[in-house]
Design a protein around this ligand. Structure first.
Ligand SMILES: Nc1ncnc2c1ncn2[C@@H]1O[C@H](COP(=O)(O)OP(=O)(O)OP(=O)(O)O)[C@@H](O)[C@H]1O
Ligand SMILES: [Mg+2]
Length: 502
């Protein structure tokens, strides 16, 4: 064994008396990609935050190059050469892309003025190496979540860290962006950078990680070379039982067309989008980051109404100018950026779940009554939300558990049309199977589901039909039986535009 670059010994951490890390040890070597694996709430992000000095451990030691260290805050660890991409994205909404990449570290000329030209040049170079084009002058608040993720990655890369920590960097990225990221990670590894990598996509771990450490309920379980383990072995270590990671959609009888979208156009965002979703059907929407899928969903849900085209619900043309109207028409939308649009972090789980239904629960004042409590409890149970109680604050939940709360909230509105944007983003393999089963059951109950997903196995496994978007146009349309990873990717990257789909 070579010398460790980072060593954790017996790290424990509690929040309000509840221990979430219990004597965890971890060893990181230069030039390795070391994956951290565990269910939602296992303690991965907390461990990351202990390493970067965001949290102080209650017990245990951290060694950098065999020397005992204590980071008082994240700036401290950054100075020691540790860069981290946190699970919660943390861009400054009013700064542009380039400024966000170099925030606090703007290149200066003559030690005084910000060298803007250099700033944009270097930002351009970085994004280029990631194989993406994002308008450098675009304010962060206008970026999609995947674009934000890419900016975070660029920012971490720009620091030239010796240790790079990535907490679910790929959760919103599609295959080709992940491939670019991995090429860069491989480069860094060859140059001796040590990398801690967290992902719920097991395939990725086998592709990129040299070693994998598994955590379960805040306990260290094992570290193995990824070459010497298997998917089943890792799953067993993670959950202590064998599970199937995907739940293909069961056949459901298709009913009437519930949602029809006809030549929907929103200038500059998407053009001539036409499709329909029947009751009992899951329509998958595939495409690369920036293809415009979320824009279409947002315009159907009334967040940003389209400039032309029609939306019909049960055959009747409707005009939807606000989410309230959409909800009134039986639509529900689980957004991609759940932290921003889906969750009220400072509130407890219970009101977070029952919020869309408040009218049912409270007549005059907003009181948490028995009915609401019971309802939130069963929804949280169904989604396998892991928390101390349903009164825990949403912001204290692990990333994946926050996602589950938002899903529970929208499902509780009993919609006729459900739009899901990356439904299993950040959700661990075990719960993913539960979410897939739930979607299948909802379709069987007659719901019409539009599912945007960047995970091809999910799109292919769960959809009755698939439409593919590229740069604001529909470029492919496949029945379940004809969809393969290859032809979906082809459609997502091809230039020509297919006319007239129905
Ligand atoms: N600030 C906090 N206050 C109270 N509890 C917290 C806080 N931060 C994390 N926890 C709890 O610590 C546990 C571990 O959370 P952590 O975020 O480390 O999980 P994770 O392994 O990263 O999960 P995920 O895969 O969902 O991101 C969870 O039970 C969570 O609720
Ligand atoms: Mg986490």
């Amino acid at each position: 064994m070579t010398k460790s670059i980072l060593k954790l010994k017996d790290i424990s951490k509690s929040f309000s008396g509840v221990e979430v890390l219990h004597r965890v040890s971890f060893d990181l070597q230069p030039g390795e990609v070391h994956a951290l694996l565990g269910e939602n709430g296992a303690g991965k992000s907390t461990l990351v935050k202990v390493i970067t000095g965001y949290h102080q451990p209650d017990h245990g030691d951290i060694y950098l190059d065999d020397a005992l260290v204590q980071f008082v805050d994240t700036r401290d660890s950054r100075q020691a050469g540790i860069a981290a991409i946190y699970q919660e994205l943390s861009l400054f909404p009013d700064l542009d892309v380039a400024e966000n990449i170099f925030v606090g570290r703007h290149p200066q000329s003559f030690g005084l003025k910000v060298d803007w030209r250099k700033l944009y040049d270097e930002a351009h170079e970085l994004l280029d190496s990631l194989g993406v084009t994002i308008d450098l002058k675009q304010k962060a608040r206008h970026l999609s979540i995947a674009q934000q993720q890419i900016v975070e990655i660029a920012r971490a890369f720009s620091i030239n860290a010796r240790i790079l920590i990535m907490d679910e960097p790929t959760s919103s990225l599609t295959l080709s962006e992940v491939a670019e990221l991995f090429a860069l990670v491989n480069n860094l590894r060859e140059n001796g950078t040590a990398i801690i990598f967290i992902s719920h996509r097991l395939e990725e771990l086998f592709e990129i990680a040299d070693r994998v450490t598994v955590l379960r309920d805040g306990n260290y379980i094992a570290t193995t070379k990824s070459k010497e383990t298997s998917r089943d072995d890792l799953l067993r270590k993670m959950v202590g039982r064998t599970i199937s990671s995907q739940y293909p959609k069961t056949e459901a009888p298709l009913g009437e067309v519930v949602l029809q979208v006809d030549q929907l156009t929103s200038e500059g965002l998407f053009t001539d989008i036409s499709f329909e979703v029947k009751s009992g059907e899951i329509l998958g929407m595939a495409g690369l980051v920036g293809a415009g899928r979320t824009n279409v969903a947002e315009s159907i849900f009334g967040i940003r109404p389209a400039t032309s085209g029609k939306i019909l619900i049960n055959g009747l043309e409707v005009s939807i100018n606000s989410p309230q109207q959409a909800i009134g028409l039986g639509l529900a939308y689980v957004p991609e950026d759940r932290q921003q649009h889906g969750l009220i972090p400072a509130m407890q789980i219970t009101p977070n779940i029952s919020l869309p239904k408040l009218d049912d629960f409270a007549k005059y004042t907003w009181i948490l009554n028995k009915k609401e409590k019971k309802f939130a409890y069963s929804a949280a149970l169904q989604m396998e939300v892991r928390a101390r109680s349903i009164w825990q604050l949403a912001k204290e939940l692990s990333g994946g558990n926050q996602q589950k709360v938002v899903l529970a909230k929208w499902l509780s509105t009993h919609p006729r049309i459900l739009i899901l944007d990356e439904p299993t983003r950040g959700i661990d393999v075990g719960t993913k199977a539960a979410v897939h089963k739930l979607m299948s059951d909802l379709a069987a109950d007659g719901l019409a589901i539009l599912m945007i997903s960047s995970e091809l196995p999910e799109v292919i496994g769960m959809s009755d039909r698939i439409i593919v978007m590229r740069e604001g146009f529909i470029t492919g349309h496949f029945m379940r039986s004809e969809a393969t990873q290859e032809n979906v990717i082809n459609a997502a990257t091809k230039d020509v535009r297919i006319e007239n789909l129905s």
